[in-house]
Design a protein around this ligand. Sequence first.
Ligand SMILES: [Zn+2]
Ligand SMILES: [Zn+2]
Length: 41
Amino acid sequence: MPVCKKCESDVSKVYDCEHTDDQEYCKECYTELHYYLTEKE
Ligand SMILES: [Zn+2]
Ligand SMILES: [Zn+2]
């Protein structure tokens, strides 16, 4: 089972992109990260 690098939870699916520095994030952390990125303006 993959582990989210941010919250360290076991999750069935992880996500990554250039914003996560090639770390695997769970959907929740991944969504939250992009939420902050889009709020930055
Ligand atoms: Zn997470
Ligand atoms: Zn991204």
